[in-house]
Structure formats: C-alpha cells, structure tokens
Design a binder for this molecule. Structure first.
Ligand SMILES: [Zn+2]
Length: 96
C-alpha cells in the first residue's frame, strides 16, 4: 500500500542532509495532503531534518461524475472536465 508520494529536494547542512522542499505532487498516486504524517514518520525514522509540513501542497480529487482526476486550485471544488461539484474530502484512493 502506498501511503504517500510526491517530490522531494535535499540540502546539505553542516555534516548532514536535510529536506529543503517536499510536496505531495504525484499525478500517478494523487495522495491526500493528510498523508504528511506518514511522510514525516518515514523521514524521522531515517533521521532527516524536515519541514513541519509539505512545502507545496496539491489538492487532488476524483470527480464522481466523470471519474477524472482533478487538481483543485484556489478552493474551487468544481471538475474542470464536466463541471460537477468535487467532494470536500479526498477520494482518489481506488480501493475506497
Ligand atoms: Zn467530472
């Protein structure tokens, strides 16, 4: 089971590596921004310094009308493909 996905950048600080940028921007997995807790735990487990959350958050939703994946911009929860309203809660997981 994939708990999160996205992009990550590292920076060298003194004698160690740290996370400089991190996002949930994965158009394959379309993870919820709530997956940060799993990401934080994984980074903590390997001892990497990290930000307190995603430095770039992407809000993904699946349209219940046409089933297309959408990126929600500026809190406009409307499908760009068919105009249907998108749900307030994340719903991209194919198991759900
Ligand atoms: Zn739609």
């Amino acid at each position: 089971m994939v708990l999160s996905a996205g992009e990550i950048g590292f920076v060298r600080e003194a004698d160690r590596w740290a996370v400089s940028e991190i996002s949930n921007q994965s158009t394959g997995y379309c993870p919820d921004i709530g997956s940060w807790s799993e990401v934080a735990r994984a980074l903590d487990d390997v001892g990497l310094e990290r930000p307190s959350g995603f430095t770039h958050e992407v809000v993904f939703r699946r349209c219940s009308g046409c089933q297309e994946h959408n990126i929600v911009r500026e809190d406009d929860f409307v499908c760009v493909f068919c105009g249907s309203d998108l749900p307030e809660t994340w719903n991209v997981d194919p198991i759900a």
